[in-house]
Design a protein around this ligand. Structure first.
Ligand SMILES: [Zn+2]
Ligand SMILES: [Zn+2]
Length: 138
């Protein structure tokens, strides 16, 4: 039986749709989470009502949500720090881990950070969501 992966997809200003999307498999060093909670952030609302935040513009349908926690559902290759069933919170901005900012510990300044639900990156407001294990916290 296929698992339910109801997902909140923003198509444009005041056009948000709940639809099924494919469940992604965890890549190496990722965990697939069964999402438990997603807070609705001001930025989610801003994308809904304005379709953009500054130079970040919703041009293609985007899954919203980034303030999230859940339960580890499946482990990607090489993941040893979690087991299935662990409850985690996610840190939604994932940096490159290679640049000088990342190497000096100021990874929040990484110019190549991938932030959930900031175009063109999808967010977490769905039943199942894969995230890098090193940006999940038990
Ligand atoms: Zn937020
Ligand atoms: Zn970096």
């Amino acid at each position: 039986m296929a698992l339910d992966n109801l997902t909140a997809v923003l198509y444009g200003v005041n056009d948000i749709r709940l639809e099924q999307t494919p469940i992604k498999q965890p890549a190496p060093n990722e965990v697939l989470l069964k999402v438990g909670w997603v807070g609705i952030c001001g930025s989610d609302v801003h994308y809904l009502t304005h379709g953009r935040i500054g130079e970040f513009i919703v041009k293609d349908p985007m899954i919203i949500g980034h303030e999230s926690s859940g339960t580890v559902f499946k482990l990607g290759q090489n993941v040893t720090k979690f087991k299935v069933g662990d409850r985690v919170a996610i840190e939604p901005g994932v940096p490159c881990r290679c640049c000088n900012h990342c190497k000096s510990g100021k990874y929040n300044l990484c110019p190549d950070i991938v932030f959930c639900a900031t175009p063109p990156n999808h967010g977490t407001l769905r039943r199942y969501y894969p995230h890098p294990a090193d940006f999940c916290y038990k």
